[in-house]
Design a protein around this ligand. Structure first.
Ligand code: GDP
Length: 351
């Protein structure tokens, strides 16, 4: 009989990339869970929504009855939990919902598997945000758990409950600790997509001789270890298909600042810029030469808006994914520069 994979969060970046990957690389049937919402957005699922091996099912991580009956009915061989309140920035505004979905939600999935399908392999989507206030660099799987946001705390709790269920009930349950991963399906509230969408909007305005507003951002000093989500999906599948369950870190093993991302993104659109000013007055503006050549009225491309600062920040993330590379034979294919170029090119086409 064909194997069955159950994916939560299938409308999001990672869920959609995973469904696409499994359609292309296996003959398994895929069940994608979505919440009953008045206006679901299927933009990330265009390539597989009508595929005969893909089926949408309704459920909610905050509702144990729905998770329970889905696991009982479908009897999945794999349960991949990408459903989450995935945005760190708003986790201070909705801390309880964040915790309920991201931590208690994982316990609901594990309970359903324990009761109805104990042979099912379970993947829990962990995050480098669990490391938070880092004590050493690069961060590996043994780095202490020191989250700085309700989001980070919720993912840390998920990691603990996965370990407890794995050891108590002998389940194949793993928690992958993934550093930041982006791409053309990334939500627009994340800084990378906010920048690439903003660059595309500004480029279009310049090409049409129109005025434009600068992209408004918060803290430009933080550094992140960014990779391509599509590369990570292959790693997640390998983590799920080991002989024995074991947690791994996936990362690019490089770190870059928000400033570097901005510079590369404008460069990818052919816009030349330079930094001026300090702290809250810092701006990234078109160079004088570029502004004159393109007859710009305003040359400010990026400026600071303090409302995008967070109550507590994770200043630096840099992963060490050597064990995953050596033991799983996994490695990321897309460089940082190629990732930025790919995201800008996509947004230039779509804008
Ligand atoms: P995160 O690492 O999961 O929190 O991913 P984000 O893309 O949301 O944020 C990455 C970094 O960008 C964080 O350090 C943010 O503080 C910083 N940042 C600066 N300006 C912005 C902004 O306007 N939006 C977001 N989302 N992040 C910003």
């Amino acid at each position: 009989m064909k194997k069955k994979v159950f994916i939560t969060g299938v409308l999001g970046q990672d869920g959609a990339n995973m469904a696409e990957y499994l359609i292309n690389n296996t003959d398994y049937d895929i069940f994608g869970m979505i919440r009953r919402s008045s206006n679901p957005n299927f933009i990330n699922c265009k390539s597989f929504l009508k595929n005969s091996r893909f089926k949408l099912v309704y459920g909610d991580l905050s509702d144990s009855v729905s998770i329970d009956s889905l696991v009982q009915e479908i009897q999945p061989d794999y349960f991949i939990n990408f459903g989450a309140q995935s945005f760190v920035g708003c986790s201070w505004e909705i801390p309880l919902q964040t915790f309920d979905t991201n931590a208690t939600g994982v316990a609901r999935c594990l309970e359903a598997i324990r009761k109805h399908r104990p042979t099912c392999r379970f993947y829990s989507a962990g995050s480098s945000e669990e490391f938070g206030d880092v004590t050493y660099t690069p961060q590996d799987i043994s780095h202490p758990i020191r989250p700085r946001s309700p989001y980070g705390a919720s993912k840390a709790a998920a990691r603990h409950i996965v370990k407890v269920y794995r050891e108590s009930y002998n389940l194949y349950a793993v928690h992958g600790i993934l550093f930041n991963h982006e791409g053309t399906k990334r939500g627009e509230e994340f800084v990378t997509r906010k920048i690439t969408k903003g660059v595309a909007r500004i480029k279009k305005a310049i090409d049409n001789n129109k005025a434009f507003d600068a992209i408004e951002l918060g803290n430009l000093d933080s550094k992140r270890d960014w990779s391509d989500s599509e590369d990570f999906i292959d790693g997640v599948w390998k983590i799920l298909n080991q002989e024995r369950p074991k947690d791994y870190v996936l990362s690019s093993n490089e770190t870059h600042s928000i400033r570097e991302f901005i510079e590369l993104a404008f460069k990818a659109a052919g816009i030349q810029g330079a930094w001026h000013g300090k702290a809250l007055s810092e701006e990234y503006s078109a160079t004088t030469e570029y502004a004159i050549k393109h007859d710009l009225n305003s040359s400010v491309l990026v400026k600071i808006n303090p409302k995008f600062y967070r109550p507590a920040e994770v200043d630096l993330l840099l992963g060490n994914s050597c064990p995953a590379r050596e033991e799983l034979g996994w490695s990321p294919k897309t460089s940082f520069e190629n990732l930025v170029n790919k995201m800008v090119e996509n947004d230039l086409l779509c804008s």
